[in-house]
Design a protein around this ligand. Structure first.
Ligand code: NAI
Length: 360
């Protein structure tokens, strides 16, 4: 029987629950060893710490490390994992901007969960938008204090407004459908527009100029880094609402803050933040947060910040766990997996080796 040890970094209680539930013979407990029907004995270790160059040594003796969005999978960490004999990095998320994919090539395989619930993220984007423009966050606190005044809570209708959606992949498209349900006009920009989708694509500058609300749903790449910057904000309408549920560094946070202070930006709904890895997923309620930009953003009445929470639904967690186990099994059987992230080829279909043998 093959025994496979998996170390989960940055593991939270909800990760433990969903992965233990998805493990066929799962049950509560730490470091639990469970034999699956296909004879693979999965041993799961849940570590609260993030993966960094300093914590990588905790992966010693494990075959697989399972990581999330804020784990550091840079070249140095990859070298350490590979020296320890780790065979696979299993991302339990879709984005892989935190992994040095080029450096991983030839050293260690990387798999991801390309889709787990676009609805979770798109619905969260709309929840943030509604909360912000209808002042629900303010009203909630007021009525809890028996303050039933409506002063300062005036919002605006979404019906008839123009939303600009940047990135029309899985999540962007669900968000477009939701917006259409509200009677909004949808404009979109995508580097690779979807043919016959019925989506109205416009150049990026035109989207910035015409949209009342802008929602980001594209990946973080060198090209999209700080796509919301001084120049793009200058093009936008006064009072524009910006929603970011994608990756923090799509927005230059300092410039965003200036735009809010100058009253150019009407509201910002942020589920991600460019320096989030030092703060998000942790309880700092009793501490002094050193990030002045984040503190100032949070202090604004028209900014809502959630800490990378958009994915967090039961359905998404369950899909993440199922796909991660399936990725690991496929890798064990074939030496590669369909959800492998390779810097040489974007998907299995375009793999020059036809994935007939190991990718490297
Ligand atoms: P996807 O791969 O289905 O869609 C991404 C779209 O962006 C594609 O249509 C692609 O053509 C487009 N794109 C690529 N480069 C672009 C560029 N330079 N400019 C404009 N568009 C470009 O990805 P999906 O599943 O829709 O996810 C989108 C993003 O959402 C992910 O990259 C990830 O960063 C983020 N995400 C956030 C989560 C959260 O909890 N906040 C959870 C899951 C994903």
């Amino acid at each position: 029987m093959e025994k496979l040890k998996i170390a989960f970094f940055d593991a939270k209680d909800y990760d433990r629950e969903s992965f233990l539930r998805a493990n066929p013979n799962g049950g509560p407990g730490k470091n639990e060893s469970q034999e699956t029907p296909d004879g693979i004995d999965f041993e799961l270790t849940f570590l609260e710490t993030r993966l960094t160059a300093e914590t990588a040594r905790l992966a010693e003796g494990h075959d697989v490390v399972c990581v999330f969005v804020n784990d550091d999978v840079s070249a140095d960490v990859i070298d350490r994992l590979s020296e320890m004999g780790v065979r696979l990095i299993a991302l339990r998320c879709a984005g892989y901007n935190n992994v040095d994919i080029e450096h991983a090539y030839g050293r260690i395989h990387v798999v991801r969960v390309p889709a787990y619930s676009p609805y979770a993220v798109a619905e969260h984007a709309m929840a943030l938008l509604l909360t912000s423009i209808r002042r629900i966050h303010k009203a909630y606190n007021r009525t809890r204090d028996f303050n039933f005044s409506l002063s300062g809570l005036t919002g605006f209708d979404l019906h008839g407004k123009t939303v600009g959606v940047i990135g029309t992949g899985k999540i962007g498209r669900v968000f477009i459908d939701i917006c259409r349900g509200f009677g909004m006009n949808v404009l979109a920009y995508d580097k690779f527009p979807a043919a016959d989708s019925g989506i109205t694509y416009v150049p990026l500058d035109e989207l910035f100029e015409r949209a009342d609300i802008i929602s980001l749903h594209c990946p973080l790449t060198d090209e999209t880094h700080h796509m919301i910057n001084e120049e793009s904000i200058a093009r936008m309408k006064k009072g524009v609402v910006i929603i970011n549920t994608s990756r923090g560094a799509l927005i230059d946070s300092e410039v965003l803050l200036e735009g809010i202070k100058e009253r150019k930006i009407g509201a910002a709904c942020l589920d991600v933040y460019e320096e989030e890895s030092n703060v998000f997923f942790h309880d700092y309620s009793n501490h002094i947060v050193n990030d002045d930009t984040l503190a100032r953003l949070i202090s604004m009445p028209n900014v809502i910040v959630t800490s990378h929470q958009a994915f967090l639904t039961n359905e998404a967690l369950s899909n993440i766990a199922d796909t991660t186990f399936a990725n690991i099994r496929e890798f064990l059987e074939k030496g590669y997996a369909a959800n492998e992230v390779c810097y040489k080829c974007p998907d299995v279909a375009s793999c020059p080796q036809g994935h007939e043998k190991k990718c490297f």
